[in-house]
Design a binder for this molecule. Structure first.
Ligand code: GLC
Length: 424
């Protein structure tokens, strides 16, 4: 590693340590004062760089709050804080430690396998991984039972926050069906910490809240929520993460002699991959979301349709996605923008409607590399590292100017930088 790379890693480690609360890491001070699901799993990879045992703890803490039905919530409210809305008093999920009532992308299986593969202490890793295996398996089973009730092989999200791409253009049309009548009065806290022009709009917030109240009214009973939700979207990126995590969990289970877990996850990944074909768009050279209520594909090129390269999609699909990323590089100074800049709805500064996010870059680059597109993967890595050098460890970045946006000193951004620097 060069001296400047070492210096960047040292700065990234500082960010991780600043946000470390002992057994879990918060995404950033102020804006996000609790534990977030996919943030933690990806952050564990960065933690492992200097403390393997601590990295395992990060994921174990998350899974200690898994619901009895298998769901792993998107937020665990370990301590009280009035800095974030909606807090436990809105979710009212009735869990021993307050949590939200929805989930997030299932990266845990991927992260655990990567931690295990790289572990220097294999005895410790085997012990910690073995304990997590049945829990992650139960989460995967939960997904297909509750979010794919007709056994199509693809799971739906029932709230945009589940996707991790909160205000993506992908949700706009489906969101029209979500009413806003009866939303209890509330005060947003996010816009106290970040510029409102970079955050979701008020109209979107009302709908986010309507869905939360609706699910709460159904007692957070996951057997009922999917069919009762006016918002059911099959996100290719979300499914690809689950498919990759299932395949990784299967490999790990096999290595640890857990043959039943291996078999079940292998079958899930296989069925999911076959079903993904339905989401392919030749015109866009990428996958598209499917609105499960209308049965129609959602027209629009978001990064959600590029992310599937993270899973073992057919070679020709991966090649088309590599070409799409190269096209995007011709339209934006920094890749990969969360939405195609040619789309009139693209917004370079508004959260998931245009900006670059390093976690997404990491997964896309990982998949492209595995599919044999090393050059495009390298471009993504370099673009990501340029952003850090120019603009620091921000939550997200303007793809046209590189301007840092949202929260600062951001945990998973720092973790991803450590990961990117391993490969250069
Ligand atoms: C925002 C992001 C989500 C992330 C969370 C915490 O809600 O959209 O993906 O998990 O912040 O960083």
């Amino acid at each position: 590693m060069t001296a400047s790379a070492k210096d960047i890693v040292a700065r990234a480690v500082e960010v991780l340590k600043e946000n470390d609360h002992g057994a879990y890491t918060i995404p950033t001070k102020g804006l996000y004062p609790f534990q977030w699901n996919w943030d933690s799993c990806l952050t564990a990879l960065g933690l492992a760089h200097y403390d393997e045992a601590r990295a395992w703890t990060e994921i174990e803490t998350l899974f200690a709050h898994q619901w009895p039905d298998g769901m792993v919530p998107h937020i665990v409210f370990h301590v009280w804080s009035d800095g974030y809305f909606p807090g436990p008093e809105v979710w009212r999920t009735g869990r021993p430690t307050a949590t939200s009532g929805i989930t997030q992308p299932a990266v845990a299986g991927f992260a655990v396998r990567r931690l295990f593969d790289r572990a220097t202490d294999k005895v410790l890793a085997a012990e910690r991984a073995r304990a997590l295996l049945p829990k992650i398996d139960a989460w995967h089973r939960w997904f297909y039972e509750n979010r794919d009730p007709r056994g199509e092989g693809l799971v739906a999200i029932i709230h945009p926050w589940e996707s991790g791409r909160d205000n993506s253009i992908d949700w706009d049309d489906a969101f029209e069906r979500v009413p806003t009548e009866g939303v209890e009065p509330y005060t947003r806290r996010d816009i106290l910490h970040a510029d409102p022009a970079h955050r979701p709009t008020q109209a979107q917030y009302d709908r986010y809240l309507w869905l939360v109240q609706h699910f709460r009214g159904l007692g957070w009973d996951n057997a009922r929520l999917h069919d009762a939700s006016p918002f059911q979207v099959v996100d290719p990126g979300f499914n690809a993460i689950l498919i990759r995590a299932s395949a990784d969990l299967a490999d790990l289970a096999e290595e640890l002699g857990e043959t039943e877990i291996a078999r079940a996850n292998r079958a899930r990944a296989k069925k999911g991959l076959a079903a993904m074909e339905r989401l392919w768009s030749e015109a866009h050279g990428q996958y598209l979301c499917l609105d499960r209520i209308t049965g129609k594909l959602v027209d629009g090129a978001s990064v959600g349709g590029i992310l599937p390269v993270f899973s073992a999609i057919p070679e020709a699909r991966a090649a088309a996605i590599a070409a799409s990323v190269e096209r995007l590089a011709g339209k934006a100074r920094h890749i990969v923008p969360s939405h195609d800049p040619d789309d009139p709805r693209f917004d370079a500064k508004r959260y998931w409607r245009g900006p670059v996010w390093l976690v997404v870059n990491y997964m896309i680059a990982d998949g492209l590399l595995a599919a044999g597109h090393a050059e495009v993967a390298r471009r993504i890595t370099h673009s990501s590292l340029d952003l850090i050098t120019e603009s620091g460890f921000a939550e997200y970045y303007d793809p046209l100017t590189g301007e840092p946006l949202g929260g600062g000193r951001f945990t998973w951004t720092a973790a991803m930088v450590i990961e990117f620097l391993r490969g250069v």
